[in-house]
Design a protein around this ligand. Structure first.
Ligand code: SF4
Length: 115
């Protein structure tokens, strides 16, 4: 791995650590943990879901449970695995009862995704 790639990885890890304490929106109150993202940080392909569900909130990993199985199947269909891509959500904390994200929550959380 090149020095630049290592620096990028360190930077992403540092940002994930900082985001773990985020309280920019009301979803911080009900979460088990922030679900930052997973996969290959150098991937050319990134999947972005809506928000963590029950299992993602518990495990801290995006796309687990049924959605995760479907993703794995779809990836395998095009010859890819999770380690070939990066996976995250628009919201990094689970909305209560898996309700739809609200506009102000998206506005608060999108900067994490874009960064
Ligand atoms: S959903 Fe995003 S903005 Fe809201 S508390 Fe979680 S990490 Fe922060």
């Amino acid at each position: 791995m090149s020095a630049a790639a290592v620096e990028l990885l360190d930077s992403l890890q540092a940002y994930a650590t900082a985001t773990a304490a985020c309280t920019r929106c009301r979803l911080a109150e009900g979460r088990t943990q922030v679900v930052f993202g997973a996969g290959n940080p150098h991937a050319e392909l990134m999947f972005v879901g809506e928000a963590p569900g029950f299992h993602e909130d518990k495990q801290g990993v995006p796309f687990v449970g049924q959605a995760g199985k479907l993703l794995d199947t779809l990836l395998a269909g095009v010859g890819l695995e999770r380690d070939d891509v990066y996976i995250a959500n628009v919201l990094k904390c689970r909305p209560p009862g898996n309700r739809d994200p609200q506009a102000d929550e998206i506005e608060s959380c999108e900067p994490h995704l874009f960064r």
